[in-house]
Design a protein around this ligand. Structure first.
Ligand SMILES: NC(=[NH2+])NCCC[C@H](N)C(=O)O
Length: 426
């Protein structure tokens, strides 16, 4: 197996053939994707901090890396350009403005007090781009921060293994921290404290990496919470946004206002989902496998509803169009209407409730489409995968025993940067 660490694979790595970013569906041929190969940040997980850091167990890091390399290789073997976040971040941090922004984001003065904050700031400012990148991802313990002149009560009262900069093990789930909608990138405002600093890293990567410097933004990183795992691009101009544990109603509403104002969508469906760990994002219960087809957790099929947001006819005092909100109505009906199709097909996994629940937990419904009818899924979800195959879907099965310990599947671990257009309907 080729090790894809610190490399960019697939076509388009050479400047003359750079693939222009832009994504307007879930299933158009995948051309370029941002992944994060898990690294030192996973070695920070312990039984004492894993819940807070949003992992359900302690992954075996080397095996997680092998599984991830195999995932990247499946994508590359299908002609997808794989960009690795560590590379993008490292290259961005070479710009002094990005370096300063990275340092700024890592120093939490409110928690550290001014003395220690100053010491940390000056230490980080002296690091080269590569070392700063590692610290930003892996975090730093009190014992790793070199001693400084001034006395700090905070340092004295903390344990040597406590974090002065928190690690970011959930960088693995690149789906959530940013999302492309048409030719704009939305940097997420992440809801959980364990992930909030990811926003700053993605923000600086997109701002300073030569590949993305000109990219327009959608939404605002500091607006109400919206996470990419909740955002499905049902069809060009049509978004479904899960509202639950992560994305709030305010987040869905302001995302809708922003994509309407930018003219990149005409309908946004807000879909309430149960506020619990098993369904933390909409993509844990439903992902698209074809232009008019989804795989869905059977229990969600008849219970999901949607509120439909569209730009209204009236114009508000600030010149923006008023929002029109309709519903709720059954999700499948609202989606079909918005997509302009007769019906949104659900591939019926026909699973008994216990198997369905087990495979939903293990991200059986969290597939990543490489093209219509071709998806990547975890091999462990044997029953879901078998049903998908019976329905004519090609399932590229990958191992995920370790990767899955953070509760995320192939869709969660990928942020599509470019997809080709959907094949025109026959
Ligand atoms: N798009 C997704 N379903 N992402 C899964 C993210 C899992 C991650 N541990 C979290 O809790 O945030």
């Amino acid at each position: 197996m080729t090790n894809t660490a610190n490399t960019m694979t697939g076509p388009g790595t050479d400047d003359t053939t750079t693939i222009a970013p832009g994504v307007d569906s879930e299933v158009g041929p995948l051309r370029s994707v941002l992944l994060h190969r898990p690294g030192g940040e996973l070695t920070r997980l312990t039984p004492r901090n894993n819940d807070q850091l949003l992992f359900d167990s302690i992954p075996w890091v080397e095996r997680a890396q092998q599984e991830h390399d195999a995932f990247a290789e499946v994508l590359a073997s299908r002609g997808v350009e794989v960009l690795l976040l560590a590379d993008v971040l490292g290259e961005s941090l070479a710009d002094p403005r990005a370096h300063a922004a990275g340092v700024h984001a890592a120093v939490d003065e409110r928690r550290l007090g001014s003395e220690l904050a100053d010491a940390l700031r000056s230490h980080l400012s002296g690091l080269g781009a590569g070392a700063l990148r590692e610290t930003l991802m892996r975090g730093m313990t009190f014992e790793e921060l070199p001693a400084s002149e001034g006395a700090s009560l905070v340092r004295k009262m903390h344990h040597a293994h406590d974090f002065v900069v928190d690690p970011l093990p959930n960088l693995l789930f690149t789906r959530d921290s940013s999302a492309w909608i048409a030719d704009r990138v939305a940097i997420s405002s992440l809801a959980m404290p364990a992930r909030s600093r990811e926003t700053a890293l993605l923000d600086l990567a997109y701002a300073y990496h030569p590949r993305f410097r000109g990219a327009s933004r959608a939404y605002g990183a500091h607006s109400a919470p919206v996470e990419g795992g909740d955002v499905l691009l049902l069809a060009p101009g049509v978004l479904a946004v899960g509202v639950g544990e992560r994305t709030t109603a305010a987040g869905a509403e302001s995302l809708a206002r922003s994509v309407f104002a930018d003219g990149i969508a005409h309908t946004v469906l807000a879909v309430p989902i149960a506020q619990n760990r098993a369904t933390m994002h909409l993509d844990t219960v439903c992902t698209m496998i074809g232009p008019d087809a989804v795989v869905m957790y059977p229990l969600a099929r008849d219970s999901l509803v949607a509120y439909t947001m569209r730009p209204g006819d009236d114009v508000a005092a600030d010149g923006a169009r008023e929002l029109r909100v309709d519903g709720p109505e059954p999700f499948l009906d609202a989606a079909a209407t918005a997509m302009g199709i007769d019906r949104l097909r659900v591939i019926d996994t026909g699973l008994d409730p216990v198997t369905a629940e087990r495979e939903q937990w293990d991200d059986g419904n969290n597939t990543l489409a490489l093209a219509p009818g071709v998806v990547v899924g975890y091999e462990r979800n044997t029953q879901t995968n078998a049903r998908l195959e019976e329905a004519g879907i090609e399932v590229l099965a990958i191992a995920g025993s370790e990767l899955g310990s953070g509760r995320g599947g192939p869709r969660c671990m990928s942020c599509p940067i470019a997809r080709g257009p959907l094949p025109s309907a026959s």
